[in-house]
Design a protein around this ligand. Structure first.
Ligand SMILES: *Cc1c(COP(=O)(O)O)cnc(C)c1O
Length: 359
């Protein structure tokens, strides 16, 4: 078997030990006599998996007791519509910070439900920076302030929690949750699809402060209503049971790595290695302002884009795959989430140096 270094933005590489454990337990989970896939979601065995999943996530992120932790379906994309449906209450406006393709999508979908106030945008700079906070135009009549803590496509990441000036702060953390320490108590709601940094696709984590829950619109279906799901431990309908189990394995792996603080240190090291290599080269460049560079997704372009195809094919021949950048940005993108080992980043850097030397 020859596993490659997979730099995909999502679904993305998983820790090998997690895959091995899933393989070991595929036919029989603990002493249950059955696969997790075959279990009733209401039974004792699966209840144990569900309880461990929630308590492990609470522990890793130090989630305060006054927050619900939900495991939903529909991806982060469903949340683009569900956040306004659940949080608007009697308000008609919501503030959004536009820093890249994902916040742009969140804005577009929210517009069906409310007046979106774009409080700041870096569109004029092609999404290569984060607008300075003292220029943000927040509207105190808004129901919340939404931002995307890591723009997966543009490689732009917030280093600090924005000051929402009293508005409930809502963050799409799909591509940087559990990659760095974060103070949950600063947020009204955090959401993340699991396929970037927490496991396979198929689960969406929603962490929401309890005073914000219970105000969904009358037309919001129960399975999409945070209050209903909170009351039913996210099991109003049959959840994606096997995916919950896999996310649980990833969380246990993360605990074994020393938790979020330890993985953050490793992520800082990995990102610094790659950005230093890009900055030192004459062939590669990254357009993002230094202070806004993502530790998770590193886009870079080649000075001569005629070399793009060759770069990708030679990288693949060296076991380095999924490096093609998003079509809206072009060039390359290396996603280096928690599960990407430092050796993978080093292998990429060595390949890039050799490619530059020979081309
Ligand atoms: C991938 C991604 C999404 C979309 O996730 P889906 O699960 O495909 O809906 C949304 N926001 C961010 C920041 C992402 O990286």
């Amino acid at each position: 078997m020859s596993r490659v270094y997979n730099f995909s933005a999502g679904p993305s590489t998983l820790p090998e030990t997690v895959l091995q454990q899933a393989q070991k337990e595929l036919l029989e989970w603990r002493d249950s006599g059955m696969s997790v896939m075959e279990m009733s979601h209401r039974g004792n065995y699966f209840s144990q998996i569900a309880e461990e999943l929630e308590s492990d996530l609470r522990l890793l992120l130090s989630v305060p007791d006054n927050y619900h932790v939900l495991f939903l379906q529909g991806g982060a994309s469903a949340q683009f519509s569900l956040i306004p449906q659940n949080l608007l209450k009697d308000k008609t406006k919501a503030c959004y910070i536009k820093t890249g393709a994902w916040s742009e999508k969140a804005i577009k979908d929210a517009q069906a439900y409310c007046d979106v106030v774009v409080s700041a945008s870096s569109e004029a700079e092609n999404f290569t920076a984060i607008p300075a906070e003292d220029t943000w135009q927040l509207d105190q009549e808004a129901a919340y302030l939404h931002y995307t803590s890591n723009e997966t496509i543009h490689g732009v990441e917030f280093n600090d929690v924005p000051d929402s000036q009293g508005l409930p702060l809502v963050a799409d953390m799909s591509s940087n949750i559990l990659s760095r320490r974060m103070d949950v108590s600063r947020y009204g709601l955090i959401y993340a699809g699991t396929q970037k940094n927490m496991g396979p696709a198929g689960v969406t984590v929603v962490i929401v402060r309890d005073d914000l829950v219970g105000f969904a619109q009358k037309t919001t279906p129960p399975v999409l209503n945070y209050a209903e799901q909170a009351k039913n431990q996210s099991m109003l309908n049959t959840p994606a049971t096997y995916n919950w189990y896999l996310v649980g394995l990833v969380l246990k792996w993360l605990q074994g790595q020393g938790g979020v603080k330890a993985i953050e240190q490793r992520n800082i090291t990995k990102a610094a290695l790659l950005y230093d290599a890009i900055d030192a080269s004459a062939l590669y460049s990254n357009p993002v302002a230094l202070a806004a560079r993502s530790r998770m997704n590193v886009p870079f372009i080649l000075a001569d884009n005629n070399l793009d195809k060759l770069f990708l094919s030679e990288a693949e021949a060296n076991g380095l795959v999924e490096l093609k950048g998003h079509r809206s940005v072009g060039g390359m993108r290396a996603s280096i989430y928690n599960a990407m080992p430092e050796e993978g980043v080093k292998a990429l850097i060595d390949f890039m140096a050799e490619f530059e030397r020979t081309h």
